[in-house]
Design a protein around this ligand. Structure first.
Ligand SMILES: C[S@@+](CC[C@H](N)C(=O)[O-])C[C@H]1O[C@@H](n2cnc3c(N)ncnc32)[C@H](O)[C@@H]1O
Length: 243
């Protein structure tokens, strides 16, 4: 292992241990308010730098960001863009199954909007809606859509575990998906899953490392590790699962 990787590992270990220790002493718990505050602060920095970023840096991550990544079952030191690109390939392939002309796709916990901006360029006849807890993230997503001239994408501030803002009619929403967002709300995401299932008339996709999803929602075909699985609503209303 390189000296750079070792230094990173040690710094991460110390930072996590200190953070966990302080949190324990203070009795801190993750709440929607604490998640919102964290992402508001982090995305303000990105908003300040937005005009300096190009399309690839924004949607695929900067090419010079390195860290430990899980690649083909091995933890290796590598470019974060490598795994981001794989995730985007997956997201594009999954969306292709639902992306008919005039349909709407909704992302739950859309962050800085980069997934939807990316998808819109690949599926120009589809509309996209992002729901996101952090107000700064929504402002950033809207400004990024303007900066990169991406049409047909809207972002709303919403806690997806509560009542949702008005969405397009149920029959028009072909896909609800989440990507590393439900994992932020491990004790309350059941309500989010209910909202996602209600919003979509056809597909429901999770790109999430949340094993509880498989236990509570799909007893058959449950994937065991970093999971991506989906539920499709058939015409008769029944759900089927797939990976
Ligand atoms: C790790 S980020 C992922 C963002 C985006 N899905 C992506 O793949 O780039 C998780 C996002 O989920 C959002 N989030 C967490 N809890 C939420 C909730 N209850 N309602 C809406 N968004 C939420 C966070 O604010 C954050 O932007």
């Amino acid at each position: 292992m390189s000296a750079r990787a070792q230094a990173f590992l040690w710094r991460s270990l110390v930072a996590h241990a200190l953070g966990a220790g302080v949190g324990l002493v203070r009795g801190e718990r993750r709440t929607p308010a604490s998640v919102r505050a964290r992402y508001d602060a982090a995305r303000q920095g990105l908003l300040d730098r937005l005009q300096m970023l190009d399309w690839d840096q924004y949607t695929r991550l900067p090419s010079d960001q390195y860290g430990f990544i899980l690649l083909d079952g091995d933890v290796v030191w590598g470019s974060l863009r490598t795994v981001r690109d794989r995730m985007l390939d997956r997201l594009r392939a999954v969306t292709a199954a639902y992306a008919c002309d005039g349909a709407t796709v909704v992302e739950f916990g859309s962050g800085d909007g980069r997934n939807l901006l990316f998808l819109q360029r690949h599926f120009p006849t589809v509309s996209f809606v992002g729901l996101e807890l952090s107000k700064v993230s929504v402002e950033l997503s809207r400004q990024a859509a303007v900066r990169f001239a991406v049409p047909n994408v809207r972002f709303h501030v919403a806690d997806v575990c509560e009542n949702l803002p008005p969405l397009p009619p149920h029959g028009e929403v072909a896909l609800s998906f989440s990507c590393f967002a439900l994992e932020m709300m491990p004790r309350v995401f059941r309500r989010a899953v209910d909202n996602m299932a209600r919003a979509s008339s056809v597909g429901l996709v999770f790109l999430e490392p949340v094993p509880e999803l498989s236990a509570s929602w799909a007893s058959q075909d449950a994937p065991s590790t970093r999971l991506q699985w989906r539920l499709d609503r058939r015409r008769d209303g029944a759900l089927r699962t797939g990976v």
